[in-house]
Design a binder for this molecule. Sequence first.
Ligand SMILES: C[S@@+](CC[C@H](N)C(=O)[O-])C[C@H]1O[C@@H](n2cnc3c(N)ncnc32)[C@H](O)[C@@H]1O
Length: 153
Amino acid sequence: MILVPYVPTPYEVIKVMLEMAEVKPGELVFDLGCGDGRVLITAVKEFGANAVGIELRRDLVEKCLKNVLAEGLEDRILIIEGDFFKVNISPADVVTLYLLTSVNEKLRPKLERELKRGARVVSHDFEVMGWKPIAVKDVNDGYRNHKVYLYKV
Ligand SMILES: C[S@@+](CC[C@H](N)C(=O)[O-])C[C@H]1O[C@@H](n2cnc3c(N)ncnc32)[C@H](O)[C@@H]1O
């Protein structure tokens, strides 16, 4: 069940997302619908985190794996091929999302149930309805304005 098309997050936006979430070395970042792995790779290379990506599309899982191997980050990044609704996300310190408001709404009970206290959720462009963001930022990547919403569990 693919609920969201693949649109990659620009690098400038990823940086702001991970900075706003204050990702620290050794923390675990989950990207739900990880696409080509760019969020995972940035979290590991630039923030010292470890990362888990979950992706439903086989072609993107393969692309992601290729990119992770090219960076030599296979010890730090786990890629799970599957539906993020069915994967346990409780170890996450930070969860990154670039989905849709409707999907965030379906995910919210899972996030509330599984995430630990103090975990941060950072969402590109789409709010988590029913939660109050602790920060919102606009990022211009040279083409358009992106919004980033930060939440704390
Ligand atoms: C808008 S893209 C974002 C990709 C990446 N997170 C980024 O920011 O560059 C959304 C991704 O979620 C994946 N996806 C959609 N529904 C999913 C699901 N239920 N489980 C796992 N992946 C899913 C899509 O295949 C797509 O790659």
